[in-house]
Design a binder for this molecule. Structure first.
Ligand code: FMN
Length: 159
């Protein structure tokens, strides 16, 4: 049984989560970065995990486009979803506002994998915003391993 992890990441955290998932799932898992290439050959996968992050209340435009262009196709697959965002109380609301309802309904799991601020990767304007609105000056990384384990268990039991 093959799994594809399709992800979109602005500053590397969602990508790190995708890499950890791939490592834990083993050989039958591939990665597709929506920022670097068009996703092809999805037919050969039984399970598709889709992940991204929230910036100014929204998922990345590449992820939004991928979801809308493949909405019908994704109905025929087992799909799991993950989001990364700093506001841990809002992630349910972000799923509802950012992911098409049909995809949410078809997903066997939706998880919040935490967030990171990598200060060295932010430009001056974003750094200033994070300092002002989140009161954060140093890089931080909070991976929700409990949620990651839930996702991994579900993928393994589905396959
Ligand atoms: C400029 C900027 C805007 C952000 N806006 C939000 C937001 O509106 N809501 C939220 O919960 N998190 C927000 N975050 C936190 C990101 O979702 C978090 O840093 C996430 O881990 C980014 O993942 P990525 O590195 O894969 O892009 C923001 C982060 C940055 C840098």
């Amino acid at each position: 049984m093959k799994t594809l992890i399709v992800y979109c990441s602005n500053h590397g955290f969602s990508e790190k989560c995708a890499n950890i998932l791939k490592e834990k799932l083993g050989d039958n898992t591939d990665l597709a970065n929506l920022k670097s290439k068009k996703v092809e050959g999805m037919d050969e996968y039984d399970t598709i995990i889709i992940g991204g992050s929230i910036h100014a209340g929204k998922i990345q435009k590449q992820l939004k486009q991928f979801l809308s262009q493949n909405e019908n196709f994704l109905m025929s697959k087992k799909i799991g979803l993950y989001l990364c965002c700093a506001d841990h109380e809002k992630y349910d609301a972000y799923f509802e506002s950012e992911i098409p309802q049909s995809i949410l309904n078809n997903a066997f799991i939706k998880v919040h994998l935490g967030h990171a601020y990598y200060m060295d990767k932010l430009n001056f304007m974003f750094k200033a915003m994070i300092k002002k609105f989140a009161n954060i000056e140093e890089s931080q990384e909070k991976i929700r391993y409990d949620q990651m384990d839930l996702l991994l268990d579900k993928i393994n039991s589905n396959n």
